[in-house]
Design a protein around this ligand. Sequence first.
Ligand code: 5GP
Length: 118
Amino acid sequence: MDTEITDSLFARIARGEIPVTVVYEDEHVLAFPDISPQAPVHILVIPKRPVRNVLTLSAADGEMAGHLLLACAEVARRMGIEADGCRVVLNAGKAGGQTVPYLHAHVLGGRDLAWPPG
Ligand code: 5GP
């Protein structure tokens, strides 16, 4: 496994080495608030198994990836933004704006979000 992934901030959070406020957790994923929220609700959902990003997923990751999406919906329900809607974002790689090399979904809501992103 690539140490850039396993040494990353979110890998350390997934292993419980850095404490976070847990919004949702199960055997596959962990969800916690973004440290620099871009909307009234901004939650990050990460897998417990280390993966770089959506572009590096393989067929063997299908169950985990599906579970991650279901967890995003559960986070939206728990945060009270389901009725109004929200945005789920997966930044991948440099041009995609990914700054932490460990798969994470952003769940953003609580305000009207502009499209397209800058
Ligand atoms: P990316 O740009 O890679 O898609 O998203 C990384 C996200 O991680 C950013 O929204 C950033 O604010 C968030 N982040 C960076 N450092 C920390 C941290 O120490 N704790 C938390 N909770 N979020 C962080």
